[in-house]
Design a protein around this ligand. Structure first.
Ligand code: KG4
Ligand code: ZN
Length: 351
């Protein structure tokens, strides 16, 4: 089954064709980073205008790369939330128009479900597993019982991990987008006894990251601008280490509580080199998704860890096509009429 995925929830206009939820035939993306850079963050109104300008070219290019026409596509999947209202509306409008013209099923996709499904791309991973979802707006531990059946065990009570990265990057005077810049800077730093941030102590599977960002601010005030700038690589390292340890501790707790033996990470922050390294080193049998599609996830040596290929960590449309496929397949054939509703709503605050 060939699905055209369309993603426009934030600052990336993306389209992709994915076969049977796993095989990526094309993955095209127009990133608005350069346009928003001067403002140090995404300007919502500008983002939707840029989506409006680029989305058709991106879709066209996804079809051309896969050497397919609209007629060859079996269904269209589109992100309906969470995200910026104006940005979501562009993708949804284009998707429903195309689905209506070509009489194709239209599958509304939760962007967060898409992130989880990025782990299925070019891999043979199967549920059940635990997912540590870390993006710009969300931090959640999720039990993924089946492709379309999941439960949130806990989330952040304040800042999301990506938000903590972006805010701290600003304190460190780094460019937007802060997360990847902080990651790069931290790679030039190392453990320094002077700088150690405490892991926040919140009950159960909840997270809290707003204190960490404040701790970095307090440190800046305490040691002064000059020393802070001089040691910023070590400070970035300490910050990143604190996040990685927090995520690791919580996911370990979830492994014990749920008895699930496979862990996956997902969302933009799963691209972070240190988090990947910590998870890779600490879990007994790591199954990196960068090798072959034939990789079979072994359940013999628990717990094992699986990560999406780097190019599928941050926002993309391949993960939306994959989520669309699994959603479509989970619905009984007799009930698939629901996918011929061509007036979808958008849900900016979807969880
Ligand atoms: O999933 P995503 O692309 O968009 C949302 O759905 O939010 O995640 C974006 C977030 C941003 O906060 C960005 O700074 C962060 O992911 N991010 C990173 C890295 N790459 C992206 N954070 C830390 N290290 C990275 N390498
Ligand atoms: Zn995302």
């Amino acid at each position: 089954m060939l699905i055209l995925g369309i993603e426009s929830s934030c600052d990336e206009s993306a389209a992709s064709i994915v076969k049977n939820g796993r095989e990526v035939l094309s993955n095209v993306l127009y990133s608005q980073i350069n346009e928003h850079k001067d403002w140090g963050g995404v300007i919502p109104e500008y983002a939707s205008r840029l989506h409006y300008e680029k989305i058709h070219t991106v879709i066209d290019s996804a079809l051309k790369t896969a050497k397919l026409n609209f007629e060859d596509i079996d269904a269209i999947a589109v992100t309906v939330g969470p995200g910026l209202m104006g940005s979501l509306l562009i993708g949804v409008n284009v998707a429903q128009t195309l689905a209506w013209i070509y009489d194709k099923p239209l599958i509304p996709v939760n962007h967060l479900h898409g992130h989880i499904c990025s782990n299925f791309l070019e891999s043979s991973l199967e549920p059940p597993f635990l997912c540590m979802l870390v993006s710009g707006g969300h931090t959640q531990i999720i039990t993924v019982n089946d492709y379309n059946e999941m439960e949130i065990l806990g989330s952040s009570i304040d800042d999301a991990v990506g938000e903590a990265f972006d805010k701290t990057a600003r304190l460190l005077d780094l460019d937007y987008p802060g997360g990847p810049e902080l990651d790069k800077l931290a790679q030039t730093g190392s453990e320094n006894k002077l700088y150690k941030f405490p892991i926040s102590n919140v009950e159960g599977f909840k997270f809290s990251f707003s204190g960490l960002k404040t701790a970095v601010l307090r440190l800046k005030e305490k040691i002064g601008e000059e020393k802070f700038t001089e040691d910023k690589a070590d400070i970035a390292f300490a910050f990143q280490n604190c996040i990685a340890e927090t995520l690791y501790q919580k996911i370990n707790k979830a492994i014990i509580e749920t008895n699930l033996d496979t862990v996956v990470i997902a969302g933009g922050v799963s691209a972070n080199s240190h988090i990947r390294k910590v998870f890779q080193e600490r879990f007994s049998s790591v199954k990196l998704n960068e090798t072959t599609a034939q990789d079979v996830v072994s359940r013999l040596q628990p717990p094992s860890c699986h990560m999406p290929n780097l190019k599928y960590c941050t926002d993309n449309a391949a993960m939306i096509a994959s989520a669309g496929y699994f959603k479509f397949m989970s619905i009984n054939e007799k009930n698939r009429e629901q996918f011929h509703n061509y007036s979808l709503n958008t849900f900016p605050k979807l969880t």
